[in-house]
Unconditional design. Structure first.
Length: 202
């Protein structure tokens, strides 16, 4: 699973020091934007790690857990693997591997559609529902503890802010953005290094 590998995040002073030392490289620097982005990446990575650790205590991976949640949400309706893949945000090949594992442990069944025998559908089994019944009380309790220091209003604000951030994600993935990158320049060999302070944020 992709993770943000920088454990210690640079302070504003560190960014300013590097920007002064390498002005050509940092000419487009928006200090608060990159500071907020790094902090969000670090928090998201730590959250995913903790999420995986919590599920592993119940003997299930995040991928399999998400598939079971999607099937539970279908309220007993059968789902096509392609629809599950789309809702989970994974490729069909990845979904096939997840379903293979879930079928082996008896959490889901693959069946033929009554109207079209060529079509395969997936259904949550009683055993699959029982594993969720076992996981949910602890899972919900831990999520409540995670968010306990935020008021209802703050949680709503957080959702609205993250929605704005999500809308900007294409700016990182697009092939081209506004302007052209400047040619890299080698810093002067006689220039002294600037001390950088780092701050660990968890």
């Amino acid at each position: 699973m992709p993770m943000f590998l920088m454990r210690e995040l640079p302070t504003r002073e560190a960014f300013r020091a590097v920007a002064q030392y390498y002005p050509e490289m940092y000419s487009e620097l928006d200090l608060t934007a990159i500071e907020a982005c790094y902090f969000l990446l670090r928090t998201g990575s730590d959250l995913l790690t903790a999420f995986e650790a919590n599920l592993s205590r119940h003997g299930i991976s995040q991928g399999r857990f998400v598939v079971l949640l999607l099937l539970l949400r279908s309220l007993g309706e059968r789902m096509e693997p392609s629809k599950l893949a789309a809702q989970a945000g994974v490729s069909r090949a990845t979904m096939t591997r997840l379903l293979d594992g879930l079928v082996r442990v008896g959490f889901v069944d693959r069946t033929h559609d009554n109207g079209d025998r060529r079509m395969i559908c997936v259904l949550l089994t009683t055993r699959g529902r029982r594993i969720l019944e076992r996981i949910f009380p602890d899972y919900h309790r831990r999520v409540a503890l995670l968010m306990k220091d935020l008021s209802e209003a703050e949680r709503g604000l957080l959702i609205r802010l993250l929605t704005k951030v999500r809308a900007g994600i294409p700016a990182l993935s697009e092939k081209a953005v506004r302007g052209s990158p400047k040619a890299a320049r080698t810093p002067s060999a006689g220039r002294k290094a600037t001390g950088i302070k780092w701050n660990s944020r968890r």
